[in-house]
Unconditional design. Structure first.
Length: 439
RNA sequence: GGAGAGGUGGCUGAGUGGCCGAAAGCGCCGCAUUGCUAAUGCGGUGUAUGGGCAAAACCUGUACCUCGGGUUCGAAUCCCGACCUCUCCGCCA
């Protein structure tokens, strides 16, 4: 696939090649922590990297010879000229064959680099799956019901907020239709969230959800995540699973000024996920669905670890503030190595209390990448010394709906089957305070 | 969908085979000058990668004029292909 990758992708790196060269063991150990096997990839890279430099040196020498001769050719006449021409024909052929050899090696190196994962932070706990994630914070008390609480499906259907059977008729599994206050509630919670992050300084952006391949490679969803994305083959376009993709890629191939950093963007978009490989998991209701809407915080900041950590805390606290505003109980977990994606340095998930699960369900995910995505996106800035450096990127959910509606409906339900509307959402619903079955 | 035009540095825009990493202007930086501002003069001002080197500075090789391929001793310049952008017409939320 992809007969016409632009040069940006060709050059796309992931980890700094220098770093792999100098700390191959560290890179391997990092991948091991993520349970991603890369030993042979790294070794192969080191081997090719060595070769590349040797060949490159020789190639440059031939080229230099060529360039010097070119200047003489312009002056010389007759026999002398002819003699030089013949000599240069050989040099030229030599340079060309080196060039071919080299470009084969470079192509292979690129493929390898795209597959070597980012090295996780030492703070990332060891572990295999999400069960090994470490809770670091718990906020709010799960509500104790003095009646038999319903789950969001029962609530949604009895209040006529959702329609699953007809959604299945139209669009198959893992789909839903929101109607009445269900539709309004979704818009309200998205709008409330967007307003909240804009107040924190984020620039709201409504972005394309159907994108080219490059932003997906740049944000490191590809290669590897192809199965998770809906594809429009005729147009070679892909539906994004999150606005992180178009928003983080927004400044790709640019050199920003340090003074304009950090860039804070709030991407709003519909998100599409095939949920391949999740067969049989969370098949009912609004939890795991193919299409949803999300407000996403995206940060592009200086290539500085301390700054990146600060920003990580910042976006995490913004998401927490949104849940606190909704008065939903949640906890924050430090995601373990095995549950971490290839590009991430560290990830905190926020899980919101969902009574029907009898536990917390993931609703937010805050990641930092250092320069991993920025390298792939060729996203740079000029620092105060005039030096060009790669940015760092981060992102975090602000709200994703309708998943969050599960928590709202279930936590706010009343004994009589009605649902109280969270106070912060009421201004977005014409001041209404409850959802009640119509006669 | 039909018909055209075009892709050059931060921007505008020259350049039709070698002396072109690329004129000129704008912008930006430095210096000079001027009560301030403005104006003017001079100089500088891309990125990547390799070498000199322990490193910064600096020097230096190579590559890059959308991308890929071809012709040629030599390509921004000629040929082929792809991608992208724009204009007009049609259709359309």
């Amino acid at each position: 696939m992809g007969s016409s990758w632009p040069s940006r992708e060709r050059k796309a790196l992931m980890l700094d090649p220098k770093r792999i060269r100098e700390d191959a063991d560290g890179v391997k150990a990092g991948a091991r922590k993520k349970r991603i096997p890369v030993e042979t990839l790294v070794d192969r890279f080191l081997e090719l990297d060595e070769k590349r430099r040797a060949l490159g040196f020789e190639r440059d020498e031939q080229k230099a010879k060529q360039n010097r001769a070119g200047k003489d050719m312009a002056r010389l006449q007759g026999e002398e000229r002819e003699k030089l021409r013949k000599a240069m024909a050989e040099v030229s052929a030599r340079a060309k064959s080196l060039e071919n050899e080299l470009s084969a090696i470079e192509t292979e190196i690129q493929v390898l680099l795209l597959r070597i994962p980012n090295v996780p932070d030492p703070e990332v706990p060891e572990g295999e799956t999400d069960r090994d994630n470490v809770e670091i914070l718990r906020v709010g008390e799960p509500r104790k019901f003095d009646f038999q609480p319903k789950d969001h499906i029962q609530l949604g259907e009895s209040l006529d907020l959702v329609d699953f059977p007809r959604a299945a008729k139209l669009a198959g599994s893992r789909t839903y239709i929101l109607k009445n206050e269900g539709a309004l509630l979704e818009l309200a919670v998205l709008h409330y969230t967007l307003d909240a992050v804009v107040k924190k300084g984020f620039t709201p952006m409504i972005v394309p959800t159907l994108v080219r391949r490059e932003p997906l490679v740049g944000t490191a969803y590809f290669p590897g995540g192809e199965e998770q994305a809906y594809t429009c083959e005729k147009d070679e376009l892909f539906l994004v699973g999150t606005s992180e993709v178009p928003v983080t890629a927004f400044h790709s191939d640019e050199i920003l000024d340090e003074a304009e950093l950090p860039k804070l963007y709030a991407g709003y978009s519909t998100c599409y996920r095939r949920e391949a490989g999740a067969a049989g998991k969370d098949t009912k209701g609004l939890y795991r669905i193919h299409q949803f809407n999300k407000v996403e915080q995206v940060v592009i900041c200086r290539g500085d670890e301390a700054e990146s950590r600060r920003m990580h805390q910042f976006i995490l606290s913004n998401a927490e503030a949104i849940l606190q505003g909704l008065q939903l109980p949640y906890r924050v977990v430090n995601v373990c190595g095995g549950d971490l994606g290839a590009p991430q340095i560290q990830k905190f998930d926020i899980e919101t209390w969902m009574p029907s699960r009898g536990g917390y369900g993931e609703t937010h995910s805050a990641s930092r990448f250092y320069d991993y995505q920025a390298r792939r996106l060729n996203l740079r800035y000029r620092d105060s010394n005039g030096k060009v450096r790669f940015c760092h990127t981060l992102n975090n959910t602000a709200i994703a709906s309708p998943r969050i509606l599960i928590a709202i409906l279930e936590n706010y339900q009343q004994a009589d089957g009605s649902v109280t509307i969270p106070e912060v959402l009421r201004p977005y619903l014409g001041g209404r305070s409850e959802i009640r079955r119509k006669k």
